[in-house]
Write a protein that binds this ligand. Structure first.
Ligand code: NAD
Length: 504
């Protein structure tokens, strides 16, 4: 297989339309094309709706090639002392810090999020790398003398070749939810990034190479469903991490588990924020708007439903006033595709037809800031939503807030708990008792008090409940290390106590 040139640093230093290299596989330390010729897909910059690169879609033969390269590399890599493995991540961190603007522009151009959001994503990715750097200090196993002269100990060992499948909305951060723990754990990794955003992970591969990661320890196979299914089916892959929509998370979990492959699959979300009358209006409004409009609402932690308890009219007015100041195209980026834009607009149309009130309408954004051709939808607030409306129940994944009015806190909690999802839920209040009741009562894995995006920062693990997560535990933090490693339990008896039986 001919090795192709490495992708260069991304040249853009602002929003201006800039093209990039073709997205290819990275296997065994070389850039290469699919083995058999397959489809080529366009990578679009959503701000312009124009092609910035192409991605060569792979297949099961490419997965097999990557598994062989990774298995060969994993044997030597797993023998490196954990500190030496972590030192590669120290160097990766330095390279990411040095190149943060370039990486952030690449994320911004391929995903559409504005530069400050892209930079925050890269910073969060760096934080995940830092967690990986700290693992040698955390990963010492336990040891105990369980009976006289007999010791049990636990050691965390690598699995071998593992794989990660990631979504379009965080092209740099989500791969870094998985990589640090998997690599420091001694595994070789195969990444299948979203075919809509395959470019950032190419730069990640180059930075890892410069950081001293041996060839074959990190590999990329580009593609879509065929590649994901081949990763699930391949007997050489020992664990699959997945982040994406619930439908696919469930399918990937079932398929990988059917092979006996360890799987942790994070899915979609429908996050509820509860607001009660004693909430601080300014903080609450600012926070809720940041939550539902940030990254154009394309975050699995974004606010989607606001449960307004009692008379909170003054807060709803403040939310609307704040959201109305956001300039689409300047403060708010586009959504990922034209189809996503049309789907989101369809939800708003449907709610209106069913009798909801659109108090802020993003369906026709201001052409003076939103570039023609881009996939724009501005901040939208739908009030007087009822429980049977699709906007109350389905993941919209756009900058849309649906307001349901309820009389009591108990009703709000009951609505939250009727959702099949369980990613995030927040309460806005100045009462400790109300906060405590909500935190104890909602059926969600990541909860917030006066925080609209309650992401557990490192070292705390990230992961939801119910239909937002299939498999056990969180994907980041210590759970992540446990997911990507296996525990060897060693029981030793060094003294030969001939006068006692072996159990003594
Ligand atoms: P997606 O499920 O469409 O795609 C995710 C990955 O799966 C991609 O790499 C894609 O190529 C692959 N894929 C798509 N269809 C497939 C199929 N039928 N079989 C096998 N693989 C397939 O998700 P997306 O649109 O890229 O991302 C948005 C979704 O991800 C939202 O639902 C969002 O809530 C969710 N998300 C969840 C989290 C979380 O932590 N829970 C984080 C980020 C995004």
């Amino acid at each position: 297989m001919t090795a192709l040139a490495s992708p260069p640093p991304f040249a853009a230093t602002d929003d201006s339309f800039t093209t990039y290299s073709t997205a290819r596989h990275f296997i065994g330390g070389s850039w290469c094309d699919p083995t058999s010729s397959r489809t080529v897909q366009e990578v679009l910059n959503p701000r312009f709706g124009k092609v910035i690169a192409e991605v060569r879609m792979g297949g099961s033969d490419d997965v097999d090639r990557a598994v062989h390269a990774a298995a060969a590399a994993a044997r030597a890599w797993s023998k490196w002392p954990i500190r030496d493995r972590a030192h590669v991540l120290y160097r990766l961190r330095e390279l990411m810090v040095q190149n943060i603007d370039e990486l952030s522009w690449l994320v911004s151009h391929e995903n559409g999020k504005i530069f400050s959001e892209a930079k925050a994503e890269v910073e969060k990715g760096i934080e995940c790398v830092e967690y990986g750097c700290s693992l040698p200090n955390l990963a010492a196993g336990n040891q105990l003398e369980v009976s006289r002269g007999v010791a049990c100990e636990v050691a965390y060992e690598s699995l071998g070749v593992v794989a990660g499948v990631t979504p379009f909305n965080f092209p740099m951060m989500v791969p870094l939810w998985m990589l640090p723990q998997a690599l420091v754990g001694g595994n070789a990794f195969i990444l299948k990034p979203s075919e809509r955003v395959p470019l950032s992970s190419m730069r990640l591969a180059e930075l890892l190479r410069h950081a001293g990661l041996p060839a074959g320890v990190f590999n990329i196979v580009q593609g879509g469903r065929e590649v994901v299914e081949a990763l699930c089916d391949h007997r050489g892959i020992k664990a699959v991490g997945f982040v994406g929509s619930t439908k696919v998370a469930k399918a990937v979990y079932a398929r990988a588990s059917a092979q006996g492959t360890r799987a942790l699959c994070l899915g979609g979300a429908k996050n509820h924020l509860i607001v009660v009358p004693d909430a601080d209006p300014e903080l609450t409004a600012e926070n809720i708007v940041a939550s539902f409009t940030g990254c154009a609402g394309q975050r699995c932690m974004a606010a989607s439903v606001l449960l307004a308890v009692g008379n909170v009219e003054h807060i709803l007015d403040a939310v609307r006033a704040r959201a109305a100041t956001i300039k689409t195209g300047k403060d708010l980026g586009p959504v990922t595709t034209q189809a996503a834009r049309d789907r989101i607009a369809g939800y708003i149309d449907g709610a209106q037809r069913m009798g909801a009130t659109i108090t802020l309408d993003g369906r026709k954004p201001d052409p003076s800031t939103a570039v023609p051709g881009g996939y724009w939808i501005g901040p939208t607030i739908i009030d007087r939503v009822t429980r049977e409306m699709p906007v109350a129940n389905e993941e919209i994944f756009g900058p849309v807030l649906s307001i349901l009015r309820v009389a009591t806190l108990e009703q709000a909690i009951e609505i939250e708990n009727s959702s099949p999802y369980g990613n995030a839920s927040s309460i806005y209040t100045s009462s400790g008792d109300v906060a405590r009741r909500v935190m104890a009562g909602v059926d969600a894995g990541m909860c917030g008090v006066n925080i609209g995006v309650p992401v557990p920062r490192e070292p705390f693990g990230f992961g939801g409940w119910n239909d937002s997560c299939f498999g056990h535990g969180n994907i980041t933090g210590w759970d992540g290390y446990r997911f990507w490693t296996r525990q060897r339990k060693i029981t030793s008896k060094w003294a030969l106590q001939r006068d006692q039986n072996w159990m003594s």
